[in-house]
Design a protein around this ligand. Sequence first.
Ligand SMILES: Nc1ncnc2c1ncn2[C@@H]1O[C@H](COP(=O)(O)OP(=O)(O)O)[C@@H](O)[C@H]1O
Ligand SMILES: [Mg+2]
Length: 413
Amino acid sequence: MKIMPITIPKDIDKYFFNRQKDIKKINMYLSMLEEDIPNQILITGYRGVGKTFLLKKILQDQDEKFLTAYIDLSNIYARQRTDLTEEEVMKEILFSIKNTTSKNKKMHEKIKDSIKMFLKQLKIKDYDFDNPIDIFDIPIPLIKDNYEKLSKFVMELPQKIVDSTEDIKGFIIVIDEFQLLQSVKSPEAFFWLIRSYSQIQYNVSYIFTGSVSKTSEIISMLNGQTGAFGGRMIQIDIEPFTREETKRYIDERSNNIKFNDKGFNKFYECTRGIPIYINSLCSILPGNQICDENIILENIKLNIDQIAIMWIYVWGRLSVQEREIILTLIENDGANWTLLLNELNYSKPTISKYLDSLSNKGIIEYDFNKKYIISDKMLKTWLKNMNKMEDILYSKYYSIIFNNIQQYLEPII
Ligand SMILES: Nc1ncnc2c1ncn2[C@@H]1O[C@H](COP(=O)(O)OP(=O)(O)O)[C@@H](O)[C@H]1O
Ligand SMILES: [Mg+2]
C-alpha cells in the first residue's frame, strides 16, 4: 500500500515529490558561500505547503563541504510552554551547531583547538560551569545574565568553524517557524543582531522560514525597508502544487485514486494544491471508485478533524483573544475594524495587537474588500463543524483533542 504522509517522514526521498525548481534556485544561492558570498534567505508560504519538508530535503542533500544546522523554534515553545526568550533561541542554535559538528569525528578533532582558542579570547567570567552542556569537550556557560557574551559566541561560532578547516566552505543555518520570534522581548533587536553578525561573515547563510503571510508585520521587521535586513534578504515564496503537479503527484503516489473532471476540480479547489491537504484527503478517499464532487465533499465533512490536523496544534497555542477574533471573523464571513470593535470587548490597541499576531501566524489576511478574513478554508470548515463554541474558545476541549492527537500521531512518526 502506498502512503502519503501527513508528517515529515524519516525517509525523505521516498516521499518527497518534485520541487525541482525551488531546490535549484535555493541551492544556487547557497552555493555562493564558496565564493564568500553569503546570501540570506527568507522562505514564506502557506502552512502545510511544504517549506519544512523542502528545507530538510535541501539540507540532507548538501555537499559535505557545507555544514548545516536546523533549528525549529516551535520545539522550544513546545518544551517550555511559555514565551520564547532570546537566550533560549541562542542556546538552541548552539545545540544544533554542536550536533552538526559532533556527528563528524574527524572534523570535530580538526576544529577543536581553534574553538578552544576562541572561547579563551572571549574571557568568560560569569559563566556557570556547572552546566552539563559542552561543545568540543569544553563546558559551555551558561550564561547567567550574560546574553551579550552568549550571543557573540553563538553568532561567531559558525564562521570560526568554517575558518578552522580547509574542508569546510560554508555553514547553512535554517531557523524554522521564525515568526515565533515575535514573542521575544525585542524581536527587532534580535533581527538586527543577526544582521550585524551576518554582515561580517562571508561563509554563513541564514535561512528564515515560517508560515507567515507575505504582508505581515514580522516580515517587514525582518526584511522591510526599515527592517533589519532592509530588503537584502532573498525572499522566496513556496507555491502550492499546480493542478498539473497535483494530478501527476496523485497518479504516481496515491493508492489508485481516480477522479472525474468535476471531482478533480473540487479536489483542487478544496486542497488548493497544498500538499498536506492533498496527502490527508487522499489517505481518506476510496481507491476503488471514480471520485466525483459529492464523494470529495462528503469525505471532507466526515473527516475534517483528520484533514485539518495541523491547525489543532496551532489553535492549542492561541490566546483566548486570538480565538475570539477568529470566531468573529468566521461568524461574519470576515470583518472590518468597526465590526470587530463592536463585537468584541477590547480596546483598539488590543485588537490591533492580536490582529498583527494572527497575521504573523499566517492565520488571517487583509483582503481587497478591506476586511480581515481567515486565510485557510479548511481551518474555517473545521471550526464551523465544531458545535460547542464555548468549549473551543476556552480550550477545555482542546487539551482533550491535543492528547488524543498525540496518540494518533505517534505511530506515524
Ligand atoms: N514536496 C512534497 N512531497 C510530498 N509531500 C509533501 C511535500 N511537501 C509537503 N508535503 C507534505 O505536507 C506536509 C506539510 O509540509 P511542511 O513542510 O511541514 O509544511 P510547512 O512547513 O510549509 O508548513 C509534510 O509533512 C508532507 O507530508
Ligand atoms: Mg514548517
